[in-house]
Write a protein that binds this ligand. Structure first.
Ligand code: NAP
Length: 351
């Protein structure tokens, strides 16, 4: 097996504790000077992952100034954006502004890119105090620098889509890829998506359909989301329930599905997801608010023979798959576009 050099994983940027990989580190060195195998990005916009943003907003009582101060504090302390409560991050877009002579990423200065590695392991320095952000949206206009390692991945930003849309779609591009893979491998027919009217949820429904699933159920929070998902035409059945109430989920979905995909951004959806899944079926936990112990012990306690997958944010081809689903599925656009508008409201820098 190919041996990955430690530097390629960014271990040389870890300040505390020594010896761990950047994702597990408490603190990274975000200094802008690059090594020969690194790439520096001039940051334009961050996308905080939905679970992290929800947690910060709730903890700050919806006070945008407090949310901004919290994000700035995390990045200053940790040299990266990793919410200490959810453990999650997000991703960013920007322009390549320096490329080490030995970088294998094939990037060139001046190229506009989205990083497809998590902010939880990306050395990040913010230089504008986030003064263009009101703290009320997942998307954060920002100035500063970010560092990519030899093993990082980045995608050129598409010319045909607004930056804010590309950022939102690419942030969750692991979800449709994981859904498509599970549905294809299992030959699954029925799929239930919890949080189906959100960004990752609607992309997962579209991916399941494209992968051959024929009975799609979308579970949403309330009547307004139900109306939007019904109009989008992505699911055969739309049901309303609180995904964190397992018995309500079971009652709403009725019969269990071969595959359940958890795309809510709130904690507590593990037990409902297990109950919604047929014996021998698979649950994909894409949500960053998932608890391993709640999922594992809950399934054990229900004697549920289900395979449970952590939604890996990476799969080969995941960015192109998600962008293509967005481009060719009007129902996906109808659900994602309003979220993007509100996530970038009032930001004059948005393209
Ligand atoms: P999103 O667009 O905000 O969608 C989440 C959806 O879940 C929304 O429709 C939300 O409804 C709904 N929801 C929240 N609580 C609910 C409840 N109790 N019952 C029913 N529905 C509920 O979020 P997203 O960007 O798709 O992200 C979804 C999750 O994926 C987040 O946890 C995020 O952190 C995670 N994520 C994972 C990865 C990975 O690599 N695995 C990468 C990126 C993001 P409202 O809008 O009404 O609140």
């Amino acid at each position: 097996m190919e041996r990955i050099p430690e530097r390629a994983l960014g271990v040389h940027r870890v300040l505390d504790p020594p010896g761990v990989l950047p994702q597990a580190a408490h603190r990274l060195d975000p200094s802008p000077e690059i090594g020969p195998d690194e790439v520096r990005i001039a940051v334009e916009r961050l996308n905080l992952d939905a679970a992290s943003f929800r947690q910060l907003s709730e903890a700050c009582g919806g006070d945008g100034d407090a949310v901004r101060a919290a994000v700035l504090g995390i990045v200053r302390e940790r040299g990266k954006m990793q919410n200490p409560v959810t453990g999650s991050g997000g991703m960013l877009i920007g322009t390549v502004d320096a490329v080490g002579s030995g970088s294998p990423l094939g990037l060139a200065a001046g190229q506009r890119v989205a990083t497809l590695v998590s902010l939880t392991l990306t050395p990040l320095r913010i230089t504008d105090d986030l003064r263009r952000w009101d703290g009320r949206s997942e998307q954060v206009p920002a100035e500063g620098t970010a560092i990519l390692f030899a093993r990082s991945i980045a995608a050129a930003l598409p010319d045909d889509l607004p930056d804010a849309v590309a950022l939102a779609v690419l942030d969750v591009c692991g979800a449709p890829a994981a859904t498509a893979r599970v549905v294809e491998r299992a030959g699954a027919r029925s799929v239930t998506v919890l949080g189906a009217a959100g960004k990752s949820g609607c992309l997962s429904l579209a991916a399941a359909r494209a992968a051959g699933a024929t009975r799609l159920t979308g579970l949403v929070r309330d009547g307004a989301e139900a109306a939007a998902l019904t109009a989008a035409g992505l699911a055969d059945r739309v049901v309303v329930a609180d995904a964190t109430d397992p018995l309500a989920v079971l009652a709403a979905v009725g019969g269990p599905a071969d595959v359940t995909v958890v795309c809510v951004d709130a904690p507590g959806a593990e037990h409902g997801a297990v109950l919604a899944t047929a014996g021998g079926g698979t649950v994909v936990f894409f949500s960053m608010a998932t608890s391993f112990s709640a999922a594992a012990l809950g399934a054990e306690g229900m004697a549920a023979d289900v395979t449970m997958l952590v939604g890996n944010g990476y799969a080969p081809g995941h960015a192109d798959l998600a962008l293509d689903l967005y481009r060719r599925t009007p129902g996906v656009r109808s659900l994602i576009d309003p979220r993007v508008r509100s996530a970038s409201a009032g930001d004059p820098g948005v393209r």
